[in-house]
Design a protein around this ligand. Sequence first.
Ligand code: NAI
Length: 351
Amino acid sequence: MSVHILDAMAREGFEEVVALHDRASGLRGFLGVHDTVRGPAFGGIRRWHYRDEREALLDVLRLARAMTRKAALLDLPAGGGKVVLIERDGVDWPAAYRHLGRHLERMGGRFQAGPDVATGPDELREVAAVTRHVTDPGEAGPGQLAEATAAGVFRGMAATLRALDGDEDFGARTVVVQGLGAVGMGVARRLAERGARVLGADLAVERVEAAARELGVVPVDAGGALATRCDVFAPCALGGLLHDLTVQRLRCRAVVGAANNVLARPLVGDRLHERGILYAPDFVVNAGALVRGVLFHVDGRREPVDAIGARIEAVLESVLSRAVAEGAPPARVAAALADDRIDAWRAAART
Ligand code: NAI
């Protein structure tokens, strides 16, 4: 099936989509700018084995739009964008990242790029060698991005538990953390410090062992984590995890985690709602790194991680209280709130 790119852009209100190609390095990919009405577009650089161009194009559109919503809900002076690079044999990746960097430099700051899947410190350093419009992974950059995300997830859990029971009472809670990487470990540490019973899973055995040793995390099998009985299930591994089948296996009261696009499609949020499981929208709770990055690049300050957690907690609290009052799925409430804001800013910019 083909993608009618201009129709898709018009439907979603995109400003710009660029096809990236460099014969010398073998680079192929897309850069999407969804919205810059409030400030530059922020978005990560994702490198992935896409089946074909269509899949890559759809991913850049979906992810860039989600970034605008994230920035809008957190009331940041920024919009949303994304870069997707197609993983394939024979690409000279250092040269490809520098090519992308030169493109970002020519965009003059309309797009500020950051890390994402398969684009870590080494790749960012290549981009940063030729442009300022990327997150510097070293001393000169914002730093503590995963910690900021972990703080947001943890404080998001507090807001979610209060919405369920009136208090957070971590000492009486069991939380399953799926994925004990940079963010998952930060979440597990905060939970352990507050006396919660933390169960943890990771495909990498050494990460589970480290979490057990350092934090007293109780290991659970990676295949069974999702179906483990608990108060909160915290997906901190990969997105797309919850779909029509997996939603039926959950045995938790709430889902609060860092993974992007936890719901394979919006309808899955409705299924969670029907099952009485409170879902804290990923694009609210995992916004910590974006807050830290935007305030660093736009305002020139390193916002303290705890302040970022508190900001996310407050936004989530208002989303959840509205969702409870309306009896509506929180993901739909959050998306509608964000879209209303963006529409209002766009209307104001036209006058
Ligand atoms: P990471 O790569 O440090 O950790 C991910 C961990 O998940 C790894 O230890 C990996 O072995 C594990 N894993 C993968 N598949 C698994 C499975 N099926 N079951 C159990 N464990 C599995 O990544 P990081 O930075 O901690 O990010 C976690 C998630 O949060 C990702 O989806 C990322 O896109 C998202 N996110 C991260 C942000 C950040 O600031 N790092 C910001 C916003 C979203």
